[in-house]
Design a protein. Structure first.
Lengths: 339, 339
């Protein structure tokens, strides 16, 4: 399998990205290949020659799209950027998977434009896995589509379910839709219509509305929402966790040093459980290919984990499973007006 | 000042509600009156006669609206419910403020219908104060209006700013709008239009887009969002905090008992800071009156704090300040099409 990695993506690029890729070589199989995409003069000096034998190659992409650049404009102006080049490689069959911690908007636009949608999928969505105390919860969409139609939300449920089942190994994932109350009547019109679609699919294991507080309570394995709400959820959770750990540190600072020392390992264990670096990238579900988008603050281990996730996604043929499901369900055809 | 309290509202009614009201009598002024609204046969035995001299009275409202009942239907069928009776009392000038920890939807509908909107306000919004490490952050709306127009969001900014300034004592509150990126172009059409309105108001101290993670970072004092997003934020934050404290407890359980004992006061201090019981109820801003909605899990101290918040809201004439601001700004008149 050939996995292309954006060497220039994210706040810690290129060093952490290249390191992560090199570390991942230990975990790869014989025929796997890692393709670092970025300006050759920057990437090449960072790859010791012994890694060439371990399947690491470099593809030159002299331009870089900044984290805050406007997606469509930057792609138009920088056709030789790492993101644009990777998307083209995926389209032309030179890469089986693409991974970037760069500009999320630019990734979504470029990958969608080049790789196209999977058969049966109207709009791709980004899925993020939240490690919770009750097990991993997959949330889709977290930012690819902020103007969702009911059919998009239904398909996010299906796609995230396939991911949860076949990549995370959850037997029959329970799917919930994010709303503002558990009762049927709660939510806006789009959510209400999406719920009807989900309810009509007996294979989905749909549990109905969930609320913000339910994500961490183990009531479902998949959470469906539009990209605006999902993005707020993703960033807010990060903010609350960070804020709380800072508060604990501050409060501990007022205690005896011994207590602080003793509590540190406890905090480290918890922090690791809630840490997005462990997620290993968020799949852009619904593309005709494998694409993972990583956190802008990705470190080497984030990239290493993302590479392993890409391998699992590809090997377990998640896209085939999504297509099979969507082609066999009656929801798509009987509700085409909702697309 | 006469404050009506829904004796039957919330999961812990009537005991915690009545206790909270009785405790609050210690903090009231001479002419203050607390009116407990609920079924007389349930409320009366819970109020020792000495409190009658302290300004506690009871108004009979034999019916109760359950937490999960459909708002409009339940109000239609239960005209003698505590929520319906309180709303009528506010309308007819028998109460200067109303407080309920009951069915939020029923409260919003009843209070809005009876008390009407404040001059210059198109739609009321619920504001919740998040105690953060960097100071209190007021978020509006958290559930009154899930189909916001740009002018509604602008007015939420103004109203929450007045609350933050005059009730919380923040000099010139900075107002941010919740979106999915800090750049101008991010967000859906409603958010983009609302941002233009806010930008055009030089007195608002508008700082632009904020993201979910910014709420706890001290970048602004007021966060504007629609009721759907705000409700998710409110409940998600609760869920993350609870989940994290459970995780800490679990991890500590594996440590020595001595460490657990020593860490307990640290946790209690932090928990108190992030605890919604300290908020003292969320004002329904934009009503021609004072109405506070409390968390369904309210305890006696939540109610006591809400009573003190109602007093501050009324005494500091927040509604006059909102009306003054909205009548003097050019945004309302020049963008009437957005209403």
């Amino acid at each position: 399998m050939r996995i292309a990695i954006d060497a220039m993506g994210g706040d810690n690029a290129p060093d952490e990205i290249v390191s992560g890729a090199l570390e991942a070589t230990e975990l790869l199989e014989k025929n796997d290949e890692l393709i670092l995409v970025g300006p050759k003069d920057i990437v090449e000096p960072r790859v010791p020659s012994k890694f060439r034998k371990k399947g690491v190659t470099i593809v030159d992409a002299p331009e870089v799209i900044g984290m805050d650049e406007a997606p469509i404009e930057s792609l138009r102006n920088k056709r030789n950027s790492s993101i644009a080049v990777m998307a083209k490689m995926a389209k032309e069959g030179q890469a089986d998977a693409v991974i970037s911690a760069g500009n999320t908007g630019a990734c979504v636009v470029a990958f969608q434009m080049r790789m196209r949608n999977l058969a049966g999928v109207n709009r791709p969505g980004i899925a993020v896995v939240f490690p919770t105390f009750e097990g991993p919860v997959t949330i889709c969409d977290v930012g690819a589509n902020i103007a969702c139609k009911p059919i998009n939300l239904y398909q996010y449920g299906v796609m995230a379910k396939m991911y949860s089942k076949h990549v995370l190994g959850i037997e029959n994932p329970r799917v919930g839709i994010m709303s503002i109350g558990q009762e049927e009547g709660k939510g806006d019109e789009i959510v209400k219509k999406a719920r009807e679609l989900m309810k009509s699919d007996v294979n989905l294991n749909f549990i109905g509305n969930i609320e913000g507080r339910d994500i961490f309570k183990g009531v479902c394995d998949v959470v469906v929402c539009d990209g605006f709400v999902g993005n707020v959820i993703l960033k807010l959770t990060e903010g609350v966790v960070d804020g709380l750990f800072q508060a604990i540190k501050h409060e501990l600072g007022e205690e005896k040093l011994l207590l602080v020392m003793k509590f540190k390992p406890v905090m480290m264990r918890i922090y690791k459980k809630y840490d997005y670096h462990e997620y290993g990238g968020a799949p852009l579900l619904g593309l005709n290919g494998t694409a993972l988008i990583c956190h802008g603050a990705s470190e080497s281990r984030t990239i290493k984990n993302a590479i392993m996730t890409a391998k699992a996604f590809h090997t377990k043929k998640i896209n085939d499973k999504i297509t099979e499901y969507l082609l066999s369900t009656s929801v798509r055809t009987s509700n085409e007006q909702g697309s």
